[in-house]
Write a protein that binds this ligand. Sequence first.
Ligand SMILES: [Zn+2]
Length: 294
Amino acid sequence: MLDMMDRKSFRVGLLAVFCVLAVALAVWQYRFVPLSLPKEPETAGQEARWYVLADDGLDNLTIPDVRMPVFDSRTLAERRALGLPTQLPAIAEVHTDHVAYLTFDDGPDERNTPIILDILKTYGVPATFYVTGKMSEKHPEVLKRIFAEHHAIGNHSYDHVYKNLYPNPQDFLAEMEKTDEIIYGILGVRPFILRAPGGSWGMFTPEYGPLLVANGYVEHDWNVSSQDAAGGELTAAELVANVDAQTDRVKNAIILMHSTAGKDSTAAALPAVIELLVKKGFTFGVVTPMTPHP
Ligand SMILES: [Zn+2]
């Protein structure tokens, strides 16, 4: 009898120990299971985007990522018709040391722009293309490729004719809006950034700035020129040497190049330009309204 009781107690004891161990195991697992589960993607429930799309109030333009382009989902005409703001709020410039902004003006063309895009893809480097309305109408597929490959796009007037742009700021603004409408028609978004043909230095009178600000445009000139638009085509080596000579003492480099017909040496120089900048400690960004002015 006693023997039976002992055996029963032993079994109950064993069961109790087993239960305690099982509970301990469950608690231990509960503690560690959440850590071993894959994380929910951060973009879950919303469309993953590689660019910032301005909201109607223009109050979400503060994402400090130098590789992320910024676009508007509405044209200026739409904003005016709907009573939405057209002027950007005061947004802080993103100051990051040693960022190079490769910029290509006057395209897109069907020859050099695709070659430049291939090189940028090989190196995994983003760039900014300041396009004209006229060239975008001619080569919409190339414009779509620039956008699809995550580069920034800026407005560079309809057809780059100074006598139509610089008599007065209203004419300049009208041409920028016309170009925006063309870009919007092809991509479904429009840029905030623009580059004045010839650069704003020496072209803009004091009235241009306030009109552009009121309409949400941010103009960027450059502080490094490859001189690929200088008279007489320079060799690739000369273009690289020009970039090299101007990037020793700059904090950030906004580099002027062109992606049009006849700029074969620009495309030929690009791999060496990228490798040179990497060697000098630069990373690469795209121009946005938050990009510091040179
Ligand atoms: Zn130009």
